[in-house]
Design a protein around this ligand. Structure first.
Ligand code: SF4
Length: 466
């Protein structure tokens, strides 16, 4: 399974052909299909349906969008605010939204996953976080084994904040590192020291946090094999349980601030691939397991154990071991996923304020799953997480004949099978070890939205698949 790359030159040639625009498949249908026909009344209906499933725990995502300054590679929905003029009232709105949703879920308050993301959650002081979490846990209760996670920018996080998070039961943490090389950090406007991460990592460990994650990015300006290798070695040395090595998605037509990155400083496609290949080799050599396309985990980490059992799942927040069927999103731009619908809150702070202050839900867009969406979503997620789909499992779950239902999809898969990147046998569709890097291309074969609405279009909507 971890044999890649046996022939790096051959893989590079494949890359030339298969590094194409395509969705990331954190959802299906993907976020470009979200539209404003889904609003507060649809969300009300979904919450009512979700409330009826009273024995099932929920997953919750809370978006804290503020950052003191902007990193030029950032692809998240953020509000840059050096002072707290907007961010403090936002905490009140968020707490009001928690109350509004909780009122609609009187029977369903157990949470098996809570994820605080941003923006920078630790933009808020320890006392402010304490207040927000106290309100949240007044309305919702964590299950005994809940994953309670926070994304953390080491530049602005204190040990006191980690203490407060631990007090509220937080047990997972993810540090944004990207690259320790000073020239790269300056080029992307995010200068941070290794020491800042190490101090916090130790503090989290002392509280018993598990699954401690470090985020890295490859494809950033000024990156070289030599310096990136040093970053990888330092991350391995710190003993992170998990590492995400993300491909930088350069999408200046969506994120205008990326125009401030100097394109001549970017590694070319060959070097970009070498950076990832080197990182992957080093993590595997250090004993990490490859998880999905771009994650690595120590063999005793829960993600590795879940991969062995083929029970890894993925949602907007990343890989999950104990996922809940329904996800509630709180805060501007947050996305929920419940009872067959994706529901997204408004991205504009002023609209969010108006809606929440008038006692309405903050919904602005979304998509209701229809027809084959649910089956295709299950299939694509299975491929993206576990690199494998059992034909019998799909047939049993959805009452279909796999080969007949997916005739066109399997035809599209044929070139990938011929290249040795995919397997289409009587029992399964799967990625080969060599094909894992191209799993987005495999998934795209099963995406009817892609082929009906986006394929062959000039419009730049998606990042590249590798
Ligand atoms: S701190 Fe994180 S969310 Fe904020 S701008 Fe930087 S990368 Fe984006």
């Amino acid at each position: 399974m971890d044999a890649y790359p046996q022939d790096r030159e051959a893989t590079k040639q494949l890359l030339e052909r298969y590094d194409q625009p395509g969705p990331r498949y954190t959802s299906y249908p993907t976020a470009v299909e979200f539209n404003d026909t889904v609003g507060a009344s649809e969300y009300e209906a979904c919450l009512a349906a979700a409330n009826a499933a009273e024995d099932e725990p929920l997953s919750v995502y809370m978006h804290l969008p503020f950052c003191a300054e902007r990193c030029l590679f950032c692809g998240c929905h953020v509000i840059i605010s050096p002072d707290k003029q907007n961010s403090l009232p936002y905490l009140d709105l968020l707490q009001r939204e928690i109350e509004l949703v909780a009122e609609r879920l009187p029977k369903r308050r157990k949470v098996s996953q809570l994820h605080l993301g941003g923006g920078t959650p630790t933009y808020y002081s320890a006392a402010e976080l304490d207040q927000l979490l106290t309100t949240f846990f007044l309305h919702f209760q964590a299950t005994e084994d809940a994953e309670i996670a926070v994304e953390c920018d080491p530049r602005v996080t204190s040990e006191e904040q980690i203490d407060v998070l631990a007090k509220h039961g937080f047990n997972r943490i993810s540090f944004g590192v990207q690259d320790y090389t000073p020239e790269v950090q300056e080029a992307v406007n995010r200068v941070q020291s290794e020491e800042q991460t190490l101090v916090l990592l130790e503090r989290a460990r002392s509280h018993g946090f598990r699954g401690i994650n470090v985020d890295l990015i490859y494809g950033l300006p000024k990156q070289s094999l030599e310096t990136y290798e040093k970053t990888i070695e330092r991350v391995i040395a710190c003993g992170a349980d998990r590492v995400a090595v993300y491909s930088f998605a350069f999408v200046p037509w969506i994120r205008g601030h990326m125009k401030n990155l100097k394109e001549s400083d970017f590694p070319d496609r060959d070097l970009k691939f070498e950076l990832f290949a080197m990182a992957r080799e080093k993590f595997l050599a250090a004993g990490y397991r490859a998880i999905g396309m771009d994650h690595f985990a120590k063999p005793d980490d829960e993600l590795s154990l879940a991969l062995d059992d083929r029970r890894l799942r993925r949602n907007f927040q990343g890989y999950a071991v104990i996922p809940a069927e329904d996800v509630i999103g709180f805060g501007v731009s947050a996305i929920g996923d419940l009872r067959g619908a994706y529901i997204q809150n408004t991205k504009k702070l002023s609209d969010y304020r108006k809606q929440i202050e008038s006692g309405q839900l903050g919904t602005a867009a979304g998509v209701l799953l229809k027809g084959e969406d649910r089956m295709r979503r299950g299939l694509i997620h299975e491929l993206m997480c576990n690199f494998h789909v059992s034909k019998a499992a799909i047939e049993e779950l959805y009452g279909v004949d796999f080969d007949r239902t997916f005739e066109e999809d399997l035809r599209r898969l044929e070139p990938l099978v011929a290249e040795g990147l995919a397997i289409n046998s009587d029992s399964e569709v799967a990625a080969t070890a060599k094909g894992e890097l191209f799993v987005r291309n495999l998934a795209r074969c099963f995406d009817t939205y892609w082929r009906e609405l986006h394929e062959g279009q000039d419009k730049q909507t998606f990042s590249r698949t590798v």
